[in-house]
Design a protein around this ligand. Structure first.
Ligand code: SAH
Ligand code: MG
Length: 211
């Protein structure tokens, strides 16, 4: 973490809630939950857009979905997860922190869950699952997004590799990073969306759905 990030993370500590206690455990178990400053930006976007219905692709242990729901009782989160172990953990957390009524957990592969979530329109979609599949998730789920709604894609700069792919040794990681590069370029070209990229933490793209 650089010094400015460090400084702001500490400055924001007064905003930390009980859900934040899950971060240490997640990090020691290598569960890639959303970074702290990115989360604060996401929460601010939710407030600014008055987003009430949120669709999340990639629940993991339920950290980000509970953080979104914690903004206000009126917020409903639909979140999709395929990994059984994660599902188990998320369920425990939703009970423990009492978010069962605001969060709907869909236990499925997000490429096959459309029929389980298309009962409503969404104000925001948070894409945070398998990085090589972001485009498929975007194409599948943005028809459910309201006009003026947001798609936020996490990890678009993936560990600094996206801008510096030459340092990547592993073939698999290289393949994935190439996919992220392709996704970012494709995203910029979507004429029904206006996208900007934020160079913070692991990088996010914010796309606004137009007319
Ligand atoms: N949004 C969470 C972190 C998600 S980590 C947070 O910030 O707290 C990414 C998760 O996506 C992992 O738990 C992984 O199992 C899940 N995932 C990856 N590909 C998926 C897919 N195709 N369908 C459903 N879940 C998927
Ligand atoms: Mg992420």
């Amino acid at each position: 973490m650089n010094l400015n990030q460090n400084y702001l993370t500490q400055l924001h500590q007064s905003l930390d809630n009980e859900i934040e206690n899950l971060r240490d455990d997640a990090e020691s178990n290598q569960v890639p939950i959303v970074d702290k400053l990115t989360l604060d930006l996401l929460k601010q976007l939710i407030r600014m857009n008055n987003a009430k219905e949120i669709l999340e692709i990639g629940t993991a242990i339920g950290y980000s979905s509970m953080q979104f729901a914690s903004i206000s009782d009126g917020i409903k989160v639909t979140t999709i997860e395929r990994n059984e172990n994660m599902i188990m953990n998320a369920k425990v957390h939703f009970q423990e922190f009492n978010y069962q009524h605001q969060i709907r957990l869909i236990e499925a592969d997000a490429l096959e869950a459309y029929d389980q979530v298309n009962d409503r329109e969404y104000d925001m979609i948070f894409i945070d699952a398998a990085k090589a599949q972001s485009r498929k998730f975007f194409e599948l789920y943005t028809p459910l997004l309201k006009k003026g709604g947001l798609v936020v894609t996490d990890n678009v700069l993936y560990h600094g590799f996206v801008s510096n792919i030459d340092i990547v040794r592993s073939r698999n990681v290289k393949q994935m990073v190439k996919k992220v590069q392709q996704y970012n370029q494709w995203l910029m070209k979507q004429s029904h969306f206006t996208t900007n990229f934020i160079n913070m933490d692991d990088g996010i793209a914010i796309s606004i759905k137009g007319e």
